[in-house]
Ligand binder design. Structure first.
Ligand code: ADP
Length: 185
């Protein structure tokens, strides 16, 4: 059974086995949470990303895919990079966003990670409406079979935290009491 929780905070401060990065397909860094992870994690993460580009991911990481690197100086063993879809109103595909969560958990399972922290993938520069992003995130984690014991959504701002906490509470109501919680620091 996977515990799902939502907390407000900076994901680069989390102590978990794996921190998920909302990367872009180049894997070579960007703004938002990607920039924060590379800044605090140090150059070892980018070195690993460059190696991936030089080997299996010559064309970059496709949308909805996930791949792991070292976590460098972060308090984690791995960073799992995933590429969310850019929101384009009616043409946006929720399945691609769901795939980010599913594929990240698949990679986490391959690595043997038991605790995983996720940001709100695609909900920043990629423009996904936060309520929909939160619903897809929480429902996909709930519906994915994984050996990960704890999934922590780490939300940077109040609005994102509220949206994710609402979805986590909704799950808790659906499942009776249960391994779902949210806390604001
Ligand atoms: P995307 O390009 O996938 O939309 P962004 O990094 O622009 O990715 O935004 C994704 C989410 O991550 C946004 O909700 C943003 O507020 C949040 N975010 C930015 N920095 C951090 C951080 N240090 N920790 C956790 N979340 C963060």
């Amino acid at each position: 059974m996977t515990t799902i929780e939502a907390v407000r905070g900076d994901i680069t401060r989390e102590s978990v086995d794996a921190i998920v990065n909302a990367a872009n397909s180049s894997l070579l860094g960007g703004g938002g949470v990607d920039g924060a992870i590379h800044r605090r994690g140090g150059p070892a993460i980018l070195e690993d990303c460059r190696r991936l580009r030089a080997s299996h991911y010559g064309k970059g990481l496709p949308t909805g895919g996930a791949v792991a690197t070292t976590a460098g100086d972060l308090d984690a063993r791995w960073v799992i990079h995933t590429v969310g879809p850019v929101y384009q109103s009616s043409r946006s595909d929720p399945a691609q966003l769901a795939s980010c969560y599913r594929e990240s958990l698949r990679v986490a399972d391959e690595l043997g990670a038991r605790t995983v922290a996720f940001p709100a993938i695609s909900a920043g520069a990629y423009g996904w409406p936060i309520e929909a992003a939160a619903r897809i995130a929480v429902e996909t984690v709930r519906d994915t079979e994984t050996a990960v014991e704890e999934v922590r959504f780490v939300l940077f701002d109040e609005r994102a935290f509220t949206a994710f906490a609402d979805q986590v509470h909704k799950l808790g109501r659906q499942e009776g009491e249960g391994p779902f919680s949210s806390e604001s620091p």
